[in-house]
Design a protein around this ligand. Structure first.
Ligand SMILES: NC(=O)C1=CN([C@@H]2O[C@H](COP(=O)(O)OP(=O)(O)OC[C@H]3O[C@@H](n4cnc5c(N)ncnc54)[C@H](OP(=O)(O)O)[C@@H]3O)[C@@H](O)[C@H]2O)C=CC1
Ligand SMILES: CC(=O)N[C@@H](CCC(=O)OP(=O)(O)O)C(=O)O
Length: 311
């Protein structure tokens, strides 16, 4: 192993997100991924030893196991590696930087300097990308009653949901999160800068990966009653020059959009559908839940934290 390579340990490397990160890192020549003996993958002492030997650890674990790993890293004091946590556990926790590089100007620089980065949830990635620029531009009040609807491919539910869909146990499509307490709400509300809790209605369909997140809007309920072009402009201005986030015109989409077009990429595409004469709009974000919604974003953050060039 060359001395100059940055070393990475993926805690949970056999899971859906972990495998996706490993595949992506295989194409990054500046890093070497160190693997743990599969028999010891849940052994705290072995994981702690591994953490002590690397520059950065990525946590691709259920929330409780991610918290346990952070506690193990804490025991290493100044020898602790940098951490990217793909779980939900630290996304609004003090001392952690939220890993959505395009959140606002200068945010990628904060990730680059951080020791601990919480990778965003897949749905909040789309919703925050749509909402935050409107709030920042004063086009949406912070207490606007926001509703976010979304559909995900079944890989979003990890190994157990993948098995349910691929063995035919799961229904073709279902709404869920109807208890209105989905785990993504705290980060969605915090990083979109909303003071009123949004209503979030996710759903999952019988396709492996890909995602649409949509926000319906009545234009006369927004300050100054903006037009469709104003909403488009606010988004286009925020993401001008972005490598991964694009704002596309609605023309040519025929009033419909499907979720799989960005699969296996780290891209996020935003469209403002709407009709000025009706005073209505629907903002839509399209992404790969396993790409920009998980492993792709994690690798984007790893590159920033290790000072590597953009992929
Ligand atoms: N799938 C997705 O689209 C996204 C998932 N995430 C998040 O990433 C994390 C992982 O999710 P995902 O990859 O989907 O889940 P999976 O169920 O596919 O994988 C989880 C992995 O963690 C391992 N694991 C479980 N407990 C422990 C433990 N105590 N110590 C070490 N390893 C353990 C599992 O091993 P075993 O199977 O042997 O128990 C498995 O390999 C979750 O927090 C999830 O919320 C984030 C963004 C998107
Ligand atoms: C279809 C499905 O079940 N999706 C998952 C979210 C997947 C995801 O990306 O969530 P994290 O990033 O927070 O792990 C869910 O709704 O809980």
């Amino acid at each position: 192993m060359s001395q100059n390579l940055k070393t990475i340990f993926i805690d949970g490397e056999a899971g859906t997100t972990g495998l996706g990160i490993r595949e992506r890192l295989a194409a990054v020549p500046e890093v070497a991924v160190k693997s743990i003996d599969p028999d010891k993958r849940k052994d705290p002492a072995a994981r702690k030893d591994m953490m002590a030997s690397v520059d950065l650890v990525v946590l691709c674990l259920p929330d409780e196991a991610a918290k346990e790993s952070v506690a193990l890293a804490d025991q290493l004091g100044s020898d602790a590696p940098k951490i990217v946590d793909a779980a939900t556990a630290h996304r609004v926790a003090p001392g952690w930087v939220y890993g959505f590089a395009e959140l606002e100007p200068g945010h990628a620089g904060k990730i680059a300097k951080a020791d601990r980065v919480a990778n965003p949830g897949c749905y909040p990635t789309g919703a925050i990308a749509l909402l935050r620029p409107l709030v920042d531009a004063g086009l949406m009040a912070q207490d606007h009653p926001v509703t976010v609807n979304a559909v995900s491919g079944y890989s979003g539910g990890g190994k157990s949901m993948i098995e349910d869909f691929e063995t035919g146990v799961a229904p073709a499509f279902e709404l869920y999160g109807l208890g209105l307490r989905h785990k993504h709400l705290p980060e969605l509300q915090a990083y979109a800068r909303l003071t009123r809790r949004p209503i979030f209605v996710p759903s999952v369909g019988n396709f492996r990966q890909g995602m649409l997140v949509s926000v319906p809007l009545h234009l006369d309920a927004l300050p100054g009653r903006p037009g469709i072009a104003d909403l488009h402009h606010a988004l286009a201005e925020r993401y001008a020059g972005s490598t991964y986030v694009s704002v596309v015109p609605q023309d040519g989409k025929g009033g419909k959009i499907e979720p799989e077009a960005l699969n296996d990429t780290n891209k996020l595409e935003l469209t403002v559908f709407g009709q000025d004469d009706l005073g209505q709009a629907v903002l839509v974000a399209r992404l790969d839940n396993l790409g920009k919604g998980a492993s792709g974003a994690a690798v984007q953050n790893i590159r920033l934290m290790l000072g590597l060039p953009e992929g």
